[in-house]
Structures are given as C-alpha cells and as structure tokens.
Design a protein around this ligand. Structure first.
Ligand SMILES: [Zn+2]
Length: 431
C-alpha cells in the first residue's frame, strides 16, 4: 500500500494483510482490492463489530466502503431476487477485486444534507424499519398483560397441531358450547339440534355438591326429557360435533369438525377426553385471553411503526422527545434550604403564596425547611415536588386541605397557558 488508508476498530483485531490468512468465517475477506485508486491489497474486516474507516481525503475510503464492500454486498443480495424483480432494481457495478468472502447484504447511507423530519432515523432512512414492522407483525406473540398468559388466535389447523403434540393417539370429542338464552326453553334448543342431525351432548351431571367445574356426562338427545327443567339441565351444554382419535389420517376430519364447531360455537371450540369427558382444550378465533376474556388487536405492521398513531409511544407520539417541566430547573440549587429559596419558581412576587403553602404543609409533615434541600430524605423531596399521592385525582384531595406539590403547581399553570406571562414563565422551567 502506498497510501495511508486506515481501518480502525473499537478493539483489535483488524488486519491489513501482507501474507495469506488462515481460513476464517469471522471476517469479510477481501483479496486484491483494486477499485478506483486502491492498489491491490488484501483486507480482513471482522464481522459483528463497529468498524470505522478513516483517512485523508482521496485515500480511498469511499472506494473501499461504498464502491467495493457495499457494491458487492448489494450485488449478491439482489442476486437472490428473480430476474423479473432484478430489472427494477438499480445495480451497482461489480467491484474490481480478486475475491470477496463472507460478504453480508449491505445498506449504505451517504452523508447528505437532505432535510430530515424529527422522526427520521437510520432505520427510516434505510427503510429498514419498513421491513422490521412487517417482519415483527408476523412473528409477534400476544401475552395478556394481566396474567402473563399467551393469547393465541386459533384456527382448526393450529388446534390440530397442538392436539397432535398433546393428545397423539388418544380419542377426543370435538364440541361447541350452547348457552340457553333467557327467552328460549331447552326443549326448543334440543329440538333444533336434533333437526340439524346432532345426537349427543355433554351436560353437567348434577349441580348439587359439585365443586368447581362439575363433571360432565354424555347423553343422547333423544333420550333426554322432552322439556328438561333448570335442575335437570344447567345454563349450558356442549354439543358433540365429532369424536375421533388424534392420528394423522384423521386430520381432514378434525379440521372439518373443528371448523363447524367454531361456526356454531361463535368462534369457540371445546375439546374433551373421549372417556372421562375431562376438558382437553378450549380454543377460540381471535386474540381472546383465556384467563381474563380480554380481546386484543391482531399484530399489524402499523403497531410496530413509531410513525403510525397506532404504534407510536403515546407519551412522545413517536418523536422520542417530550417537553415537560424539568424539576432541576425549578430547584436549580439544592444546597439552598426551602427557607432560603431552593424552590426558585416560588421566589418571585407572583407565586410567593405557593412557598407560604409549602411552609404550612412542610411543618405538618415535619419536613425541615432550614436545611439544604439536597439533605432531605427522598420521600420528603418527593412530597415537596410531586405533592400528596393522588392529589387532584381522587375526590377531595385538593388545596387547601391537601398539598399539590411543584407538580400540581405547574399543572395548574399549564391550564392557564393562554396567558402570555404564564407561557413566558413556564418556558423558563421546560426542558
Ligand atoms: Zn416515547
């Protein structure tokens, strides 16, 4: 090498080679790089690290990074697309180089002075976030935040896969639940089921002395009393759609039975053991939590984009920044005591009454006002700054009986921000 191109890494090893290197998959291996003014050197660049290429203007940094590494990375990535797709893509010229091994698909962002919105990031400029949100929406799993249970959107195929894992070789009953509406008698419902060709139901054996879920029994519809009383039949029963063994040749039959059961069961299907009628699974379409019944929105790409109102952080709305009161500006010098003016925003004439309020409440709480603010206990500082827990939210927690804190003071002021002098005052404490 005749020019001073330097490849720097946060930690060794980087290797600018003078002799052949032993085979290694931990490096991008460049051999005989001759792109533009580069003069035929070999270079190994470690994978999985931040690499910085520095050097004087004209030494070949761009020739190495953009015209060699990126050109080859992009070229090989584009080769994975069909010929049809490739014709729509801009292709870079292949680099002048003897060989390149272990190259990765690459993304290049050039140094430009394009106008960026405040939400633009490396991810948005490279369109990487566009891929990520589509990918995430496909691999996302839903968990009920209350119970921590996984919430799944089931269909007959996913249920079959789970059943094949848990009940392989055993017989199960596929059923759907029917609850009796207030205005309908069981007699009519049973007649209707019979008319549709159903012959068997699972119902609660008896209601007395049963703890938890009562055991079920299987009954033929035509052997049941013509008009069962509430004592004979509870609020719900399970209609047997099919009974079959969980084995590969029964898959199609199961899928059909589960599909029908879900149709009549309003998106839900119940499975039971064929011998004991013990529950063997309860599945539903849609993201319904089995524990709490809460329904969740399906994962869509928009949920994973901070540029979408759906996916944006509700506090900063995706900007990553918020403007709010900075209490360090309200109490800039914590070596002062409250008496000596630690709470700066209350030292002027206008809001001095708040300092008087604080002195009253501090006395009640036995918070010393003559010692440096910094020396107060954390809970005492919190009391001064945040006010009483729940102030202004719970009924009755209002001034003058309760302490509003610096937080409550600013919240009050923000409600008066239509006044010019209030806005000017607030701006001094915002960050
Ligand atoms: Zn945020």
């Amino acid at each position: 090498m005749t020019h001073s191109l330097r490849v720097a890494d946060w930690s060794p090893p980087y290797r600018l080679l003078t002799s052949p290197l032993k085979s290694s998959s931990d490096f991008i291996r460049l051999r005989g790089v001759r792109q533009n003014n580069l003069q035929g050197f070999d270079l190994d660049i470690p994978l999985g690290r931040y690499i910085v290429v520095t050097g004087l203007s004209g030494t070949g940094k761009s020739s190495l990074v953009f015209d060699t590494l990126h050109a080859e990375g992009q070229r090989r990535y584009v080769e994975t697309f069909s010929a049809y797709t490739r014709q729509f893509l801009d292709l870079l010229d292949p680099p002048q180089v003897d060989s390149i091994e272990n190259i990765r698909p690459s993304i290049a962002i050039e140094q430009t002075n394009t106008v960026k919105t405040s939400r633009s990031t490396v991810g948005t400029m490279t369109e990487l976030t566009d891929y990520a949100k589509v990918w995430f929406s496909h691999v996302a799993e839903c968990f009920d935040p209350t119970t921590g249970e996984k919430v799944e959107d089931d269909n007959p195929r996913t249920i079959w896969a789970k059943l094949a894992a848990s009940h392989s070789g055993r017989a199960v009953v596929v059923a759907f639940k029917v609850s009796r509406p207030d205005k309908l008698a069981w007699a009519e419902i049973l007649a209707g089921l019979k008319g549709q060709g159903y012959t068997r139901v699972l119902c609660e054996r008896n209601k007395e002395g049963a703890k938890g879920t009562p055991p079920l029994e299987s009954r033929r519809i035509d052997e049941m009393p013509a008009a069962p009383t509430p004592a004979e039949l509870g609020a719900a029963l399970y209609v047997v759609q099919d009974r079959l063994a969980v084995q590969p040749d029964n898959q199609a039959r199961f899928l059909e039975a589960a599909e029908t059961a879900m149709h009549f069961g309003r998106g839900e299907v119940h499975l039971f053991s064929d011998t004991t009628w013990e529950p063997a699974g309860h599945y539903s379409r849609g993201l319904h939590s089995p524990g709490t019944g809460r329904t969740f929105r399906a994962a869509t790409p928009a949920l994973f984009s901070f540029n979408s109102p759906l996916g944006a952080c509700p506090v900063c709305r995706g900007f990553g920044r918020i403007i709010e009161i900075d209490y360090r500006l309200a109490i800039p010098d914590t070596s002062l005591s409250i008496d000596d003016g630690a709470i700066k925003c209350w030292e002027g004439k206008v809001y001095g009454e708040s300092k008087d309020d604080l002195l009253v409440f501090a006395r009640r709480q036995k918070i010393p006002t003559h010692v440096p603010f910094a020396s107060l206990r954390p809970d005492q500082k919190d009391y001064v700054i945040l006010g009483e827990p729940g102030y202004g939210k719970e009924n009755g927690k209002t001034w003058p009986k309760h302490w509003y804190g610096i937080k409550g003071f600013f919240r009050y002021l923000e409600s008066k921000a239509y006044k010019m002098h209030v806005r000017v005052f607030l701006s001094r404490f915002r960050a």
